[in-house]
Design a protein around this ligand. Structure first.
Ligand code: MG
Ligand code: ZN
Length: 217
């Protein structure tokens, strides 16, 4: 019985997600569902990346959070439009939440929408938000076994950012082990090591984002 209820919830979500997908496609907006553990650095990555994007690439951000607007306030400081979703304890974003957040954003002229999901490596993977693709932020302090431990999450990634590289020498993180997990679970995912703190890897990240704008070579 429980399984059926869940299937119905996911089906209803998928229908709404299709609407969002169409809306964003009509407006030629690329959208990235940004996922990862709490504290992996999702907001920090956005804070670092947004000011580095070329002038023509206008960005909007939807911030999902259990209870606070701390991250939306951080994003607002970068000068881009941001909308806050408080899930009131729900551990993932769903398409209905994103649709109502989109009503708070002026989408005209926007070319990239980042949707920062609730920090969680489990259920956000199951809920489509109508996004173009998914970016997972996984930090070296979380260890190198995350891909193999959370295959349903990592199997949906278009890009994996290995964050906090500035700390790697203080950890037992092994990039070869991490990469082996990615190669097994999602061989097509791109992987970029970054540090949102010192900015390393961000030029590559910006190129990746630019390469994934429709019409780009
Ligand atoms: Mg955050
Ligand atoms: Zn959840």
């Amino acid at each position: 019985m429980k399984v059926n209820v869940m299937a119905d919830i996911l089906k209803a979500n998928d229908l709404l997600a299709k609407d969002i997908e169409k809306l964003l496609r009509d407006k030629r907006i690329v959208s990235w569902n940004l996922m990862g553990s709490p504290g992996s650095g999702k907001t920090a990555v956005l804070e670092k990346a947004i000011p580095m994007l070329p002038e023509g690439m206008r960005v909007a951000v939807i911030e999902g959070d259990l209870a606070t607007s701390n991250d939306a306030e951080r994003i607002a400081k970068t000068g881009v439009q941001s909308a806050q979703i408080n899930t009131n304890g729900a551990c993932h974003l769903d398409a209905a939440m994103v649709r109502s957040a989109l009503e708070m954003i002026d989408l005209d002229g926007i070319s990239i929408l980042f949707i920062e999901n609730v920090g969680n490596l489990v259920c956000p993977a199951g809920f489509s938000l109508g996004e173009t693709g998914r970016i997972i932020v996984s930090s070296v302090t979380e260890g190198h076994d995350k891909p193999e431990k959370y295959p349903s999450m990592f199997s949906t990634a278009d890009l994996v950012l290995v964050n906090k590289m500035d700390l790697v020498s203080s950890t037992d993180f092994r990039m070869d082990y991490f990469m082996k997990g990615i190669k097994r679970i999602k061989p097509k995912a791109d992987v970029i090591p970054v540090s949102a703190r010192d900015g390393s890897g961000f030029e590559e990240l910006i190129s990746w984002i630019a390469d994934h704008i429709p019409g780009s070579p």
